[in-house]
Design a protein around this ligand. Sequence first.
Ligand code: 8Y7
Length: 283
Amino acid sequence: MLLNCGAHTLDLSSPVVMGVLNVTPDSFSDGGSFLDPEEAIRQARRMAGEGAAIIDVGGESTRPGAEPVEVSDELDRVLPVVRALTAELGVPVSVDTSKPEVMEAALAAGASMINDVLALQEPGAIGVMAGSQAAVCLMHMQGRPRSMQSDPRYDDVVRDVHQFLSERVRACETAGIDRSRIVVDPGFGFGKTLEHNLALLAALDDFARDGLPVLAGLSRKSLVGQLTGRPAGQRLAGSVALAAIAASHGASIIRAHDVAATVDAVRVAAAVRRWRSAEGSDE
Ligand code: 8Y7
C-alpha cells in the first residue's frame, strides 16, 4: 500500500512509525520539552535517525481537559519547525491541527500531511486539503478534549467509529480528496473508556479491510496507565507492547513518542503478521 503525501510517497507495505513532536507548553507526557525550535529540531532529527517515517508536529495540545489555542500562537509554534524540518530532513512532515488557517500555512511551509483529530469537520478544512496534494489523517473523537472523558457512550463502539470514519472518507472523496492520500484512525483515548479502547484495538483489522491505511496512537496514553498501573513517565514497555499489537492487527502507521523501541516492536509484529497471512491462516 502506498500513501500519497505531497512531494513524498510513503511505502506502507510494512507498518511505519510516526514520531510525535509536541511544540506545546502543556502536552501531558512531554509538555514544554520541545517548545524551543532548536530543541524541537534536534528531537526530530533524533527520531528520524531512529527510523521514524513521518514526524508529526503539534502546536495545540489535545490532551483531556486542554483549552483551545489561538491560530497565531499555533502558527508561531509550528511554522519555524516545519520549515526547518522540511528543508533538512528526508522524511515527510505532518502537522497535527484542526484549523484550516494552520493547515494552509503548514502546507505552504512544506508539510506533506495534516493529522486532524477533528477529521476535517471545521468549516473550510476539507477545502484546504482538496486544494493540496498532501495526505490527511481523519481521526474519530467523541466530544471535545475539554470534556471527552467525562462519560463516553456508544451503542457499539466499533460500528459507530467505523461508520463515522466512512462518512468522513466519503465527504473527502466528494470534495476531491483522492483515497490514495487518506488515512483513518479510531482515535484511542478520545472520548473512550478502557473497554472502548480495547474493543477498537482488537477490531483494527476491520478498519484496515476498507483498504485505507489505519493509524494507531497509543503511546503513553492513559489506557497504558490503566492497564499497567504506571504514571505517564513509565509507560514505555506498555506502549511498545500496544504498538506491536496494533501492527499485528493491521495498523499501517503507529504514532509514538519513543521511536527506536517502537520501530523494533513494529518490525517484529509485521514479520509475524506476514507469516500468518502467507500461511493463509488469517481468516
Ligand atoms: C492522537 C493524535 C494525539 C492519535 C492521531 C497523545 C494528535 C494525544 N493522539 N493524532 N494526536 N491519533 N491521528 O497522547 O491517537 O499524543 S494527542
